[in-house]
Design a binder for this molecule. Sequence first.
Ligand SMILES: C[S@@+](CC[C@H](N)C(=O)[O-])C[C@H]1O[C@@H](n2cnc3c(N)ncnc32)[C@H](O)[C@@H]1O
Length: 247
Amino acid sequence: MSVAQAFDRAADYDAHAGIQRTVARRLAGRVAALDLAAAPRVLEIGCGTGFLGAALIDRLPGAHWLMTDIAPAMLARTRARFAGRAGIAYAPLDGEAPEVAGGVDLIVSSLAAQWFADLPRAIDRWRRLLAPGGRIAFTTLAAGSFAEWRAAHDGAEPGTPDYPDAATLAAIGLDVTTETLPVRHADARDFLRSLKAIGAGTPRAGHRPLSPARLRAAMARFDASGATASYVVATCIGAARRQEGLA
Ligand SMILES: C[S@@+](CC[C@H](N)C(=O)[O-])C[C@H]1O[C@@H](n2cnc3c(N)ncnc32)[C@H](O)[C@@H]1O
């Protein structure tokens, strides 16, 4: 199943997206503190159901938004969330290779870039869309995410992807901060259900599923250790050209 199909099927996304809501609010705070053009042209990549827009829209008065997502069903929910609001356009778009007009003042994205096959290439493409002085601000999952789930596998490989560490992200020319946000689940089943419900249950390419017995053992260890899964979230700030010290 493709990422777009997985998210199109995530009908109960909002019910299992507490962490996404938190991360979007924090990113909105970082964006609001940036030195941006007045009435900026904003491109949002992977808008999902609109958490980041909801947290940011009133903090960027007069902005002209283009909200985009690769999954049409998610985009439709953002459109419904902002129905009647002026200054917002919507488009289905692959954010890894966005075919949109340039001259953008701000590209924002929350917890979508971890799905990209080639993040550095995508960021190069984003940079080319920026107007002079334009900024990029996005969050993504970083190395160490779901460490408790990995530990519960006792040496076996979980299907969750290997996320980049802060140094790898900084090497793309981004100003990077990371924070670890632990989420307590009822049990392993609830953790797996929440990954699936938000469309994040697609195992990484080439992953060989565990046998049912080993999966049950991993779930039991996860439960015994407190059923907590940590998201390591990287907030990345960039500009049209690679620069140091952007935040
Ligand atoms: C975990 S959700 C985050 C959604 C929203 N930004 C939020 O904070 O709730 C990831 C979103 O990224 C979208 N996505 C994944 N790959 C994408 C791509 N290549 N281009 C655009 N959107 C993508 C998914 O369809 C989904 O809506």
